[in-house]
Ligand binder design. Structure first.
Ligand SMILES: Nc1ncnc2c1ncn2[C@@H]1O[C@H](COP(=O)(O)OP(=O)(O)OP(=O)(O)O)[C@@H](O)[C@H]1O
Ligand SMILES: [Mg+2]
Length: 629
């Protein structure tokens, strides 16, 4: 009995550590908001939808399965070969035999390496294909959402869905699934091999398994907690940074640098603390798990060695030195996959959580769907009619209250009115950026709800209030991926809208780089570019929401001039802030709080001495003052 004391002592220490860990585990409260727990979709549904993406590659996966099993052979067979080599060295040594064993070992090793390589290549290929498909589906779906829906989802969230979440899913296809399968096979294979070699030693190894599982599970909880803290703190810093870097000019203007620094260093220290906690967790658990491994090896040497020396183990079977060597190798190969499995289930959870988020976006029904019998508009004359149109962004808060007007083909109609009166809203409805609730909008006598949205937009050129330029070049911003247009035609459009004046002065002309959101161009220049962009797409109806931003007098003259030219192209609807722009309009509609209060030509409205007249006089006075200065 005495000779088993060392084993009992080791067991006691491990037991004690386990109890401490269990107590620690029970004492921390882990919110269940951990990755993968806040799910609403059933696992079954997520798996079904993921499989639908993987389906075209089913044979690739089968092939990978076969390769994986072939690759595992190394893990199972190599310890036996090494055992045999030990036996050979201990008993009747012969160089030829040794060479044969080494050759077999090398052969298996090479096969296994080739298999691992092939498996990685195939999986990466199909994994990336699956994920590209999914990413593109997601992007297409996002593009189909209406303006209203896009307003309600933060852009940052969509970006994360398209990049990070699809990445997590791709990880599942490229490594997780295969490793899960591989680990299960290895565990089963190694266990069978050990059992065949020696039952007693296998039992001894099994004694350690519950502790390995226990340690790993507890470690996972602590690690996840620490990981989440680090992630939260990092997000904190990132959000703070991105907001404050964008607003840094304001900080400087108001001398708030010190206060901002204080906020920032607090967040920065928070992140440091979280990182330290993470390192501590790893620092405690890695050695603990290693200790378990070492204990099992020591137990093996002790029990095995004793059995070997005594000629029989405690169950009365002979143990050879080669068996001990093989077991020594098996222990490592057995414990590793057990630890990995726990980790991989965790990753699988987070991949599922990502998948759910991606699918949730895909499940958002586009608010704007073409009716079944929607028609394609071939030619547009440009007749537009509003019949008692009511519209609200937020249910109950009417922004347009019974708006009716009519625009004949080729006419120019202008909308004026105080800020928030609904001018931009009217223009958005014509292009079906939003769906109106009551009334009718007719284009050439056809209800716009019966026209395909895409075909509607093809004939309508919209120039929005806040001009958006993409990063790229002047040319790419004017063409927006339109094919078959020569530089000459682009320049012609620019000349038409007077954008050539400033483009000619640029060092690289049409190739001049446009930075993010076009921030290296002035508001007036951006507006002229948006005119050129519209003209080149040759719309029948032009819709212009004039920018409110201050524009220098020189550019203003250019804009005026190009507007007058554009009015001759076709029907034009224009929201103007400078009344001088619209003096020649065929009809001017004056809005107030979502209702039309006056309409007529410039002269008619002036004679009316109403709202328009007041507005005009106000601007006239201002202009006089400005010129007087
Ligand atoms: N996306 C939106 N969601 C909710 N309310 C909105 C939205 N866009 C505009 N509104 C509201 O609708 C009303 C009309 O806005 P609209 O943009 O049509 O005004 P506008 O006449 O173009 O003003 P401005 O001269 O300042 O451009 C405003 O009261 C505004 O608060
Ligand atoms: Mg507006």
């Amino acid at each position: 009995m005495r000779e088993y004391y060392p084993l009992l002592l080791g067991g006691g220490i491990i037991g004690l550590i386990s109890i401490v860990l269990i107590v620690a585990y029970a004492s921390i409260k882990d919110k269940k908001q951990a990755i993968g727990f806040d799910r609403h979709m059933k696992d079954g549904e997520i798996i079904r939808r993921l499989l639908a993406y993987a389906k075209p590659y089913v044979w690739h996966f089968v092939l990978v399965g076969v390769i994986v099993i072939a690759g595992i052979a190394y893990d199972i067979i190599s310890p036996i070969i090494i055992g045999n080599i030990t036996k050979l060295i201990n008993t009747d040594f012969a160089l030829a035999k040794l060479f044969r064993l080494v050759a077999v070992y090398a052969g298996i090793l090479i096969v296994s390496m080739v298999c691992t390589y092939a498996q990685a290549i195939i999986l990466q290929r199909i994994g990336q294909k699956i994920i590209s498909g999914m990413r593109e589906d997601l992007f297409t779906h996002i593009e189909s959402l209406s303006h209203e829906q896009m307003n309600s989802i933060p852009v940052g969230k969509l970006v994360t869905r398209v990049t990070n979440d699809t990445n997590a899913i791709s990880l599942m296809f490229t490594s997780l699934l295969v490793n899960l399968v591989k680990n299960v096979f290895i565990i089963v294979g190694v266990f069978a091999a050990m059992l065949a070699l020696n039952v007693e030693l296998t039992l001894m190894v099994l004694c350690f398994v519950p502790f390995i599982v226990l340690f790993t599970v507890i470690f996972r909880k602590f690690a996840r907690r620490a990981y989440r803290k680090v992630k939260d703190r990092t997000t904190d810093i990132n959000t703070y940074l991105s907001e404050n870097l964008s607003g840094i000019k304001i900080t400087q203007i108001f001398n708030r640098e010190d206060e901002k620094l204080r906020d920032f260093s607090e967040k920065s220290r928070g992140l440091g603390k979280a990182k330290r906690e993470q390192i501590l967790v790893f620092g405690i658990f890695r050695p603990l798990v290693y200790m378990l491994y070492i204990s099992s090896v020591l137990a093996l040497f002790y029990l095995g060695g004793k059995g070997h020396l005594d000629g029989a183990s405690f169950l009365g079977r002979a143990i050879e030195a080669s068996t001990i060597v093989s077991f020594y190798m098996y222990i490592n190969k057995f414990f590793n996959p057990i630890q990995n499995l726990a980790e991989q289930f965790n990753w699988l959870q987070s991949a599922f959580a990502s998948a759910e988020k991606v699918f949730t976006i895909m499940d958002i029904e586009p608010a704007l769907k073409d009716a079944e019998d929607a028609i394609e508009l071939e030619n547009v004359r440009g007749e537009i009619e509003f019949r008692d149109v009511w519209f609200s962004y937020i249910p109950g808060e009417w922004v347009l209250k019974g708006v009716s007007f009519r625009v004949d083909p080729g006419e120019t109609v202008a909308f004026v009115g105080p800020t928030g009166s609904g001018k931009t809203t009217i223009l958005s409805l014509i292009c079906r950026n939003y769906e109106f609730q009551k009334g009718e909008i007719l284009i050439d006598g056809i209800d716009i709800r019966k026209i395909k949205a895409a075909s509607l937009r093809k004939h309508f050129g919209q120039m929005l209030q806040d001009v958006f330029l993409f990063s790229g070049t002047i040319r790419s911003n004017i063409l927006l991926d339109m094919d078959g247009v020569s530089d000459e035609e682009v320049m012609e459009a620019c000349r038409y809208v007077n954008a050539d004046h400033f483009i000619d002065r640029l060092e690289n002309g049409l190739d001049e780089i446009v930075r993010e959101r076009g921030n290296n161009f002035s508001a007036g220049q951006r507006q002229l570019l948006s005119f050129a962009r519209t003209i080149i797409h040759k719309p029948e109806v032009m819709i212009l929401d004039e920018a409110t931003a201050n524009i220098d007098t020189e550019t203003e003259v250019l804009i005026q001039d190009s507007l007058e030219k554009m009015m001759n192209i076709g029907t034009m609807l224009i929201v103007a802030h400078r009344l001088s722009t619209i003096q020649h309009a065929d009809n001017i509609i004056v809005l107030s709080k979502g209702e039309i209060v006056e309409q007529g030509t410039h002269q008619e409205l002036l004679n009316l001495h109403g709202k328009y007249h007041a507005l005009y006089m106000l601007q006239f006075e201002k202009e006089k003052q400005r010129l007087g200065e």
